[in-house]
Design a protein around this ligand. Structure first.
Ligand SMILES: Cc1cc2nc3c(=O)[nH]c(=O)nc-3n(C[C@H](O)[C@H](O)[C@H](O)COP(=O)(O)OP(=O)(O)OC[C@H]3O[C@@H](n4cnc5c(N)ncnc54)[C@H](O)[C@@H]3O)c2cc1C
Length: 404
């Protein structure tokens, strides 16, 4: 017995891996405390109005942005070289969790550009990345099409060479906040390659200004994330100069993949925050609402829901922190990103559903935000890759190791 114990510690010493420590540092705690206060004071009071109007009034958006900028809450995850806060993924996961305590539309007011824009080169930096860093321009991500969602390689939007320009034609669907953004990162097919497995499309990412002739954007009405709308984008003979290719021609998807992994972890962190808010409200309700002469939390049927919600949230938080920790060390794999996305998005569905149930009829009323949490939670199983696609990735990556 003693010998076995000795062997184990010797093996651990040999590996010399750093210890995982998720205790918040002093700086992280201070940041989260002040962000919490900011959300409560500057953002939450507008939530009802945004839900009702399905839009964030411009003056409110500007006010939140200016105050958030002064407090250091914009561009937190962007590198310091471009004027960002340079926060690591672990801290950004905590930030994402905190910002999920308010509706997505309002949290977008602290607009930070997508990290995909770090691929901007030369004058693209001055036209797209830096104005986005200064909050003067907002980007959106245009990949999905009516015929290509989960199967992203089925997209048919085409860009064809015309002298030093490209002519883009196609339709993009469900593009978040395109109605308030200034430019898009658009994915198009720019040709075909012959490969041993047959012809393969070449995908290229383009930076396209929304005011370019031939671009039309029309909002779609969704039941989730009111004020943060999905949109149709129609591109009719849109002329785009060659120097608006983001990255290299034919390398569009390599770009998107790097960015998608961190998005999946941040989505799960967001799910934690949304679930926590629903959980706290459900606990307060369970502790005060009475039926049959008792508070409903005293019934095992409700108490067990509270327990399951607590376990679910805690589990997701640990998964998120481990994934973020790995991302900071460049060791997060594709299927690990899918695991945390899948677990977080399904967790928030279970938790918000329990919360609605605990509120009973009041859970369905627009007077309470519980129904919003439940509606907003539903999209999490779809938009950063559906649950089925994540399960497929996890199974394929794991089984590949057994086959080889
Ligand atoms: C509100 C909202 C905002 C969005 N924002 C953006 C955005 O900003 N930019 C952007 O580019 N896209 C965006 N999307 C698109 C989103 O990424 C897609 O909706 C998602 O990838 C799913 O594609 P789809 O809707 O075409 O569903 P489909 O791909 O048609 O899937 C339909 C169903 O079939 C299942 N399915 C498909 N293939 C398989 C398979 N191989 N195995 C098992 N099941 C499968 C799916 O899991 C799903 O259940 C947004 C969507 C919504 C609803």
């Amino acid at each position: 017995m003693n010998g076995a114990r000795h062997d184990l510690s010797a093996a651990n010493e040999k590996k010399q891996e750093p210890n995982v420590d998720f205790a918040l540092t002093f700086e992280q705690q201070a940041l989260i405390d002040s962000l919490k206060e900011f959300v409560k004071k500057e953002m939450l009071p507008h939530e009802g109005l945004v839900e009702e109007q399905r839009a964030v009034p411009k003056e409110i958006a500007k006010d939140i942005y200016e105050k958030g900028k002064a407090a250091g809450f914009v561009n937190m995850g962007m590198p310091e070289e471009v004027g960002g806060g340079g926060l690591d993924y672990e801290t950004m996961a905590l930030v994402s969790r905190e910002l999920a305590k308010v509706s997505t539309a309002l949290s977008l007011c602290l607009k930070s550009p997508s990290k995909i824009l770090l691929g901007c080169k030369g004058e693209q930096r001055e036209r797209y990345l830096m104005p986005a860093m200064r909050g003067e321009r907002l980007d959106c991500f245009a990949l999905t099409e009516p015929g290509g969602g989960s199967d992203a390689k089925a997209i048919v939007t085409r860009a064809e060479r015309d002298g030093g320009d490209w002519i883009v034609n196609g339709v993009k669907q469900f593009i978040s906040h395109a109605d308030v953004a200034d430019f898009m990162v658009l994915f198009a097919v720019t040709g075909m390659d012959e490969t041993p497995k047959g012809p393969r499309k070449r995908f290229t990412a383009f930076l396209i200004d929304h005011d370019t002739p031939g671009v039309t954007i029309t909002p779609m009405k969704s039941i989730c994330t009111r004020g943060y709308n999905p949109n149709m984008i129609y591109l009719d003979n849109v002329r785009v100069p060659d120097n608006q290719i983001l990255g290299e021609e034919g390398q569009g998807f390599n770009f998107a993949n790097d960015w998608l992994y961190s998005g999946r972890v941040m989505l799960a962190a967001h799910c934690c925050g949304l679930a926590e808010r629903a959980f706290e409200m459900a606990c307060e309700w369970a502790a005060t609402r009475k039926a049959f002469g008792k508070t409903i939390g005293e019934f095992q049927g409700i108490g067990f829901k509270i327990a399951d919600m607590a376990v679910d949230i805690k589990t997701t938080f640990l998964l998120v922190m481990e994934a973020a920790w790995k991302m900071d060390r460049g060791s997060l794999t594709r299927h690990e990103a899918s695991i945390v996305n899948l677990y977080g998005s399904e967790m928030v569905g279970r938790v918000t559903d329990h919360a609605v149930q605990i509120f009973g009829g009041m859970g369905m009323m627009e007077d309470f935000p519980i129904q919003r949490f439940w509606r907003d939670a539903r999209i999490e199983r779809i938009w950063e890759g559906t649950s089925e696609i994540h399960r497929d990735i996890i199974a394929r990556d794991i089984l590949r190791e057994y086959r080889s």
